[in-house]
Design a protein around this ligand. Structure first.
Ligand code: ZN
Ligand code: ZN
Length: 416
């Protein structure tokens, strides 16, 4: 008998979960929103709540997605920079150390006047090119790669033997003096890396301060981009792909560079879809149609919506509800179109971002899974409180992927 292979659409709504809000009469934004699609999913599916890392630990989006994809973040995570670089389309190897970087404006005494040098950057590519390929004087085996990404942002990669990501930022994250990078452990590698970072930071000032494009910027009344500030050192996580682990062929539609980096690290193909943005204007319909098409080719299609988290960081309750309802229309579209005898639909969040806190917190998040063979559990609404009564109970997020793999029939039996 030939059994047709089952597949999964996995949706993460970033920062979706919340806490009760007084002005919503004690409801959470998710409880207050109109979300017929999500509620339908909860009704036909099995529900639960997930501790993304462990109870009470607020996760970053990168670590949260590692966990949702089945990895133990404490074992594999090696900082943010490597994932950002990967998400920006830069191919880095597992020995490289990558940083996020800003073109900034400093006075001669190295006091930062503007961390973003005015944000306008038509000359970003050329300024990055002027720094790209720098070779350390103290450690000539280290090369520095500089790539402009968007606006004032760059990615900086240190390449060569004996590096470590355990080094501090040069970015003071405010209007004070540029910081010296210091090693964060006692290894030679960390000392070497911090030394290269400081040497390169001084070099970036020397080159950019005297760059003719900066003279032109000043003539146009713009602030000179006269230094690069580095932060968030990181290496690629040390992990096998989903293909290597489970034989899973996976694709993702994700606009956010950091989450995209985690997807690439897990071996997913990144699919560009016009109209899908990381902002409030993202088109969830085109995302849905693109996902349906990908099901022909992939076992798992991962979809990410960012706006809910951004609204939460802004403390904007209406915007959060607006984005939840937008995500809900995606769930409705998919439920109307997929064959639930063949395709699983999974919905969850990567962490709680309460609008009252404006930051990630350690509360668990709701999850629902619908599809063939799923034991529905009497939960009728998709919310933080309703899902807590569901059949999955309370789980660590990294156990979600093994459950999905088992539904697909790809799990290996343990024992005889
Ligand atoms: Zn997030
Ligand atoms: Zn966030």
């Amino acid at each position: 008998m030939v059994t047709e292979r089952k597949n999964i659409i996995f949706i993460v709504v970033d920062g979706l979960a919340d806490r009760p809000v007084l002005s919503l009469r004690g409801l959470t934004p998710l409880e207050a929103a109109s979300k017929p699609g999500m509620d339908r999913l909860a009704k036909i599916g099995i529900c639960g709540i997930l501790d993304i890392i462990s109870p009470g630990v607020p996760p970053g989006s990168d670590v949260a997605h590692l966990s949702l994809f089945g990895y133990d973040p404490y074992a594999v995570y090696r900082g943010r920079g490597g994932l950002e670089a990967l998400g920006a389309g830069i191919n880095i190897s597992s020995d490289d150390v990558a940083f996020r970087a800003n073109f900034a404006t400093v006075r001669e005494d190295m006091t930062v006047i503007d961390r973003r040098a005015g944000r306008t950057f038509p000359e970003g590519d050329k300024l990055a090119e002027a720094l790209n390929g720098y070779r350390s004087k103290n450690f000539p085996d280290i090369e520095v790669i500089v790539r402009h990404t968007t606006e004032h942002r760059c990615v900086v990669v240190l390449r060569g033997p004996g590096l470590s990501h355990m080094v501090s930022d040069t970015d003071p994250h405010g209007e004070s003096k540029v910081l010296e990078s210091v090693p964060l452990d006692s290894s030679f590698e960390a000392k070497k890396s911090a030394s290269v970072v400081n040497e390169f930071t001084r070099h970036s000032y020397e080159v950019l301060h005297n760059h003719p494009l900066n003279a032109e910027r000043e003539k146009r009344g713009l602030r000179p981009a006269n230094i690069l500030l580095l932060r968030g050192a990181g290496r690629l996580p040390d992990m096998p792909s989903l293909k290597e682990l489970y034989g899973l062929k996976a694709a993702c539609i994700v606009a956010n560079a950091l989450v995209r980096g985690v997807c690439r690290a897990a071996g997913m193909d990144v699919i560009e879809v016009k109209g899908v943005t990381g902002g409030f204007d993202t088109d969830t319909n085109v995302m849905g149609y693109a996902a349906l098409k990908l099901l022909d080719e992939y076992d798992l299609v991962f979809l990410h919506i960012k706006g809910t988290d951004s609204a939460s960081h802004d403390g904007d309750i209406e915007k959060k509800i607006f984005m939840i309802e937008k995500a809900d229309s995606l769930v409705s579209l998919l439920l109307d179109s997929i064959d639930l005898g063949h395709t699983y639909l999974v919905l969850t969040a990567d962490h709680t971002t309460p609008v009252s806190v404006k930051e990630h917190t350690g509360d668990p998040v709701p999850v629902a899974i619908a599809g063939p063979g799923v034991r529905s559990d009497g939960v009728k609404r998709f919310s933080e409180r309703d899902c807590a009564k569901g059949g999955l109970g309370r789980l660590q997020a990294r156990f979600l992927m093994p459950i999905l793999i088992d539904y697909l029939g790809l799990s290996k039996k343990y024992g005889a």
